[in-house]
Each structure stands twice: as structure tokens, then as C-alpha cells.
Design a protein around this ligand. Structure first.
Ligand code: NAD
Length: 480
């Protein structure tokens, strides 16, 4: 195998539960000293985070390239650096307003009084991030947790050791350990980490591990946000612009070589247009990635285990009657972990490829006759993280959006909804619970404390003692 230089592999050193607890204790103590960081402190933390990304940009790019054995520089620069910086800018623009207590309605029965919702930091938040877009998926939740005034402990992925080490160095430089404490280590460390009594735990990763995380958090009644994976369906409607759809699906699927929680997992295409769609996909894949070996813009499969997993999905499908169309633009003998786009036809629900999240450049394409069948089939599967619908007809689009559930959706595109800072991002059912990004991100890491204020004139005194006449009058007035 001759992939790009990978640097020396880093050994994974586990962090003991005692050490993890000690970090948490330090952060808890800091929360007691400063339970409600002011606006300026929060802005200062966000500025430090943003500045750290700018000054460590090149080191992060190199580390990601080493971990993937070749990672598209464009994906790294856009997804891991630009997007979180842009997002911090967005948070800073809105933070003052988000922090203001919100006035709520007081009914006549309770007047005179006032009611406000105060958004209070939760305390110490735990964040666990995965390997596929590791900087973005660490910095993004971290920004919201800091904006909401929390202390934060992070557990980074062991699958990307160079990136985790570089991220840790960056954050250790920018923050004191009682502000942001970053932990690297393997699964043992991760298990200890999610068992800590955090005030909130945000986990991004697979659905199976998500179940374990929720179980561990339940022991401490720690609330969780679970950002999980799943199979995101893509529907080409009867009246879609097929060329545009193929180009956009091709971009969404080949970004990070399909190793994206939001990657289009499988495509439904009108049966009589399947061949045209396949031809268009070939054309756009070749245009976007004219060669794959040593292509600095084409990302490798993260490791041998995942490459074998993808090969096994394909073999299982083929052994059960599926047909594969490999798009290898320059007909190269591909280096290990360089995987081309492979469209897979004639698939059915008995095949693992239609049961498991693919997370790679395999793309099942299913023909359909009636969009209602498509809606039924999607509703028969676990609820996905995203759904993509391509069609010119607004009624079709509305029908699909209203009759299916998914964490988020795009109309006439894929993936890009994650870049809209002002929208909640999260899954539903098997693809997760809770959301962050936008104001929802601030709310996820805040406690919405309802505060009732009674003035010194106290109308409630009327019912303190059993004066039936007032009580009866009130009952008559309000119970109607
Ligand atoms: P993973 O679940 O294997 O690991 C995620 C993190 O959990 C890692 O930091 C790991 O150390 C830790 N972990 C592993 N085992 C654990 C355990 N038993 N208890 C506690 N923590 C444990 O996921 P991954 O392979 O790193 O990432 C890929 C998955 O993440 C895919 O399913 C993908 O769809 C999903 N994902 C979701 C989103 C989203 O925003 N919804 C984003 C990216 C990835």
C-alpha cells in the first residue's frame, strides 16, 4: 500500500476513572467559584477558541491527513476550520440576546406578578466526539457549551490519534483545565468518561454505542443529547431535474468518501430513469475526482477495519443477487483504503447494505413506480438523521416531508443543512435525540429556570385563609 505519509502511529493511553473524576472535581470547583460567567467572559472563551483554530489550522490539516492516510484538504478547510469559525461568529452575534431573561405571560389569576425564564449554565458538560469530522464535531458542541457558560470536558476519538493529539494541544494551549479539559484515550477511557456525573452529556457517534452511553448516563440521571447515525434516504421525485440531482448527490456522497453521518445512504429513483441517473452519477464522479490514487482531494477510508466492513457489505449484497457498478475514473489499481464510488443495483431489505449505515462510498440505487411505496418503505425503517428529496413539484416535496420523519432534510440538495447555523441539528429515534446548533445549541447547554416574581402587593393573600366567598368568586370566574 502506498498511501500518503502517515507519521508514526500514536499509542492509545487510557485515562483512569480516578483521573477523570479528578478533572471533573476541578471543573466543579470552578463552577462554584463562578456559577454564572458573564457575557464578556463567554465572548473571551469563544474568541480564544476561534483564534486557536486559526493558529493551529496547518497542524490540524496535517494531523487529519495523517489519520486518514489522505484527507481532502478542501473538506478539512471548509468543514473542520471555516465552519466552526463561522459558527462562533454567528453565536457571538446572538449571544447577548440569548442570555437575556425572557418575559413570559402571567394570567389574570396570578396578577400582579411577573414571570421570566432565566437561562442558567448547567455546570460541567461532557462531550464525546467521533472520528469522521473530528475537529468540527468537537469544536461545534464546545462552542455552544461555552456560550451557555459551562465548563467542558471532552473525550476525543481514538480512531484519529494524530488529530486528537493536535486538537488536545490546541485546546490545552487556549484554555485552563478548569475551563476546558480534553481527554484522549481508548474505549476504556470513553466508558469511564460517560459514567461521570456530568450536568449534561452530548455524544456524537454510532447508534449502538449511543445506547451504552445513555445507559451509563442514566445511572447519574445525566441528561443526554445523542447525535447518532443512520441510513439517510435520498428520493429523486418523478419531476426532478435528474442531472442536477445526480451532481448534488454525487458531491454529498463523495465528500469524505461517504464517511459522513449525513451522506446520502441510498437513492430511490423512478424506475425508468435509473440508467440515466447512473450515467449522470458516473459523469459527475469522474468530473469531481478524475483519479483517486494520490489525489489530494479524495479522502481515504479511515482504516483497514472500515475498508473490510465496506467490502463485506458489498460482497453480501452481490452474493444475494445485487449488481455493482464501480466508478474508477482513471481505471487505476487502487491503493488500499482508496475506495471508488460503487453504485449497487437490485438490492433488497435482506441485504446488510440495506440494514446497516453504510458510511462509505457504496450507494444502493432502488427503482420505484409510485412515490407512496417509497414513503411506506422509509417509514418501515428506523428514523434517519436526514432525508433528501429532489423534485420540482412542491406538492410532492411537501407530501414527502409531512409523511416521513427524519432529523433534518434538504430539498434539492444533500448535506448542506448542517451548515445553516440558525437551525437546530439533531436526529430522531434511532438517529438520536435532542439537538444543537443555533439557539437550540445554547438552550441544550442551559437550564431554563422559570422565575416568578411577586410584588409586595400580594393578591394571593385573598386565598391564604379559607375565605370561601373570594375563592367561590374566582372559581366561578375561571372554571367555565
Ligand atoms: P463510535 O460510536 O464508535 O465512537 C464515538 C465515540 O464514542 C468515540 O470517541 C469513542 O471513543 C467513544 N466510544 C466508543 N465506545 C464507547 C463506549 N462503549 N462507551 C462510551 N463511549 C464509547 O462512532 P464513530 O465510529 O467514531 O463515528 C461514526 C458514527 O458516528 C456513525 O454512526 C455516524 O453516523 C455517527 N455520527 C453522527 C453524527 C451526528 O451529528 N449525528 C456526526 C458524525 C458521526
Amino acid at each position: 500500500m502506498s498511501v500518503r505519509p502517515m507519521g508514526t502511529p500514536l499509542s492509545v493511553q487510557e485515562v483512569s476513572r480516578g483521573e477523570l473524576q479528578a478533572l471533573l472535581d476541578v471543573q466543579r470547583q470552578a463552577c462554584r467559584v463562578q456559577p454564572m460567567p458573564g457575557y464578556q467572559d463567554r465572548i473571551d472563551r469563544l474568541n480564544r477558541l476561534s483564534q486557536a483554530l486559526v493558529s493551529h489550522k496547518e497542524k490540524l490539516i496535517d494531523a487529519l491527513d495523517a489519520d486518514f492516510g489522505g484527507r481532502s484538504r478542501l473538506v478539512t478547510e471548509f468543514a473542520e476550520i471555516l465552519m466552526p469559525i463561522e459558527n462562533i461568529r454567528y453565536i457571538k452575534r446572538h449571544l447577548k440576546r440569548w442570555m437575556k431573561p425572557e418575559r413570559r405571560h402571567v394570567s389574570l389569576l396570578m396578577a400582579p406578578a411577573s414571570a421570566r425564564v432565566h437561562h442558567q449554565p448547567l455546570g460541567v458538560a461532557g462531550i464525546v466526539s467521533p472520528w469522521n469530522v473530528p475537529v468540527f464535531l468537537t469544536v461545534q458542541p464546545l462552542s455552544y457549551a461555552l456560550a451557555a457558560g459551562n465548563r467542558v470536558m471532552l473525550k476525543l476519538s481514538e480512531i484519529t490519534p494524530h488529530t486528537s493529539a493536535a486538537t488536545r494541544r490546541m485546546l490545552d494551549e487556549a484554555f485552563a483545565p478548569d475551563e476546558v479539559a480534553t481527554v484522549t484515550g481508548g474505549v476504556e477511557t470513553a466508558r469511564g468518561f460517560v459514567g461521570l456525573p456530568f450536568d449534561h452529556l452530548l455524544f456524537t457517534g454510532s447508534t449502538d454505542v449511543g445506547r451504552d452511553v445513555m445507559r451509563a448516563a442514566a445511572e447519574n440521571l445525566t441528561p443526554v443529547t445523542l447525535e447518532l447515525g443512520g441510513k439517510s434516504p435520498t428520493i429523486i421525485g418523478p419531476d426532478a431535474d435528474l442531472e442536477a440531482a445526480a451532481e448534488r448527490i454525487c458531491f454529498g456522497k463523495s465528500m469524505n468518501s461517504g464517511q459522513l453521518c449525513l451522506a446520502p445512504d441510498y437513492v430511490y429513483c423512478p424506475r425508468d430513469k435509473v440508467d440515466m441517473f447512473a450515467t449522470a452519477m458516473r459523469k459527475y464522479f469522474v468530473r469531481m475526482h478524475p483519479y483517486l490514487n494520490d489525489n489530494p482531494e479524495y479522502t481515504c477510508i479511515i482504516n483497514d477495519r472500515h475498508e473490510r466492513r465496506l467490502e463485506a457489505l458489498l460482497e453480501d449484497a452481490i452474493s444475494k443477487g445485487a449488481r455493482a457498478d464501480v466508478v474508477n475514473p482513471a481505471n487505476e489499481k487502487l491503493d488500499e483504503r482508496r475506495m471508488p464510488l460503487i453504485m449497487v443495483f437490485d438490492v433488497n431489505d435482506e441485504m446488510a447494505i440495506m440494514q446497516e449505515e453504510i458510511f462509505g462510498p457504496l450507494l444502493p440505487v432502488l427503482g420505484y413506480d409510485d412515490i407512496d411505496q417509497v414513503i411506506d418503505a422509509i417509514n418501515g425503517r428506523p428514523r434517519p438523521l436526514a432525508l433528501y428529496i429532489f423534485d420540482r413539484d412542491r406538492k410532492t416535496v411537501r407530501r414527502v416531508l409531512e409523511q416521513t420523519h427524519s432529523g433534518g432534510a434538504c430539498i434539492n440538495d444533500t448535506v448542506f443543512h448542517i451548515g445553516i447555523h440558525d437551525m437546530p441539528f439533531g436526529g430522531i429515534g434511532n438517529s438520536g435525540m435532542g439537538a444543537y446548533h443555533g439557539r437550540e445549541g445554547f438552550l441544550t447547554f442551559s437550564h431554563a429556570k422559570g422565575v416568578f416574581r411577586r410584588p409586595w402587593i400580594n393578591s394571593a393573600r385573598l386565598i391564604y385563609t379559607p375565605r370561601r366567598r373570594v375563592a367561590d368568586w374566582l372559581l366561578q370566574l375561571f372554571v367555565r
